[in-house]
Design a protein around this ligand. Structure first.
Ligand code: NI
Ligand code: MN
Length: 226
């Protein structure tokens, strides 16, 4: 699978010939000002929770690309009222799409939509098909529920975890999460966008390496093969 980072917690994963965009927040991210959202192609937009730094560009990109939204019931209902199409899930449920299976899993966080509407409970996604399996935790604390992922899903090839601390896991918890999910290859996100989540990326990368894990930190706009 191909991973392309668009800054903060937004990235594109290409698998089985489909483009899956996660948590688009680009026009509000000063670090991503070289990107033009009208250049971004997507077949699906997966949304972990309702916060502005995860949904800001959903409507514009979905209207431009015709992408189908995948999120929890409350978030899909909110976007449906804006004329967008989506597939609602809720925690513990999974559904088979044309690129593979998506399971919506627990996250410990909060989830209000930008206008104050209840965004349901926040979540993450595990996505798998015949070639790939990956976990996108969304904004979350470390949680013992992560131990259910290797028990219920195929072996993970990679996982995308927040590392910026303050609003989510920091490096210590992200390292423990990689043990809980039995996945040594982690892509870090949700750091350096705002002052409260400023970190020293190279220091965190070395911290993972010292603990026999790989922390990948692609530049904004950079693609990786996973
Ligand atoms: Ni959040
Ligand atoms: Mn966030």
């Amino acid at each position: 699978m191909k991973f392309t980072y668009y800054g903060h917690a937004c990235f594109l994963i290409e698998t089985q010939g489909k483009k899956l965009l996660f948590d688009p927040f680009i026009t509000g991210n000063p670090l991503a000002d070289t990107l033009n959202i009208m250049d971004i192609k997507a077949d699906y937009i997966l949304i972990t929770h309702g916060h502005q730094d995860h949904v800001l560009d959903v409507e514009a990109i979905a209207k431009n690309t015709g992408a189908l939204l995948i999120s929890n019931y409350e978030i899909i209902s909110w976007f449906s009222s804006k004329g967008l199409s989506g597939h609602p899930l809720n925690h513990g449920g999974k559904h088979v799409f044309d690129f593979g299976t998506v399971k919506y899993v627990s996250a410990i966080h909060s989830s209000v939509l930008p206008d104050g509407t209840n965004g349901g409970n926040p979540g993450g996604f595990v996505v798998w098909n015949t070639t790939d399996c990956f976990y996108v935790s969304g904004d979350t604390a470390l949680t013992y529920d992560m131990k259910l992922i290797p028990a219920l899903c195929p072996p993970l090839k990679a996982a995308v975890l927040p590392i910026g601390d303050n609003f989510t896991m920091g490096k210590e918890e992200a390292l423990m999460a990689s043990d809980f999910i039995k996945c040594p290859t982690i892509v870090g996100c949700h750091y350096n966008t705002f002052p409260p989540i400023a970190i020293e990326p190279e220091e965190v990368r070395q911290y993972f390496a010292q603990n026999d894990k790989t922390l990948l930190l692609p530049k904004i706009g950079e693609s990786l093969s996973l």
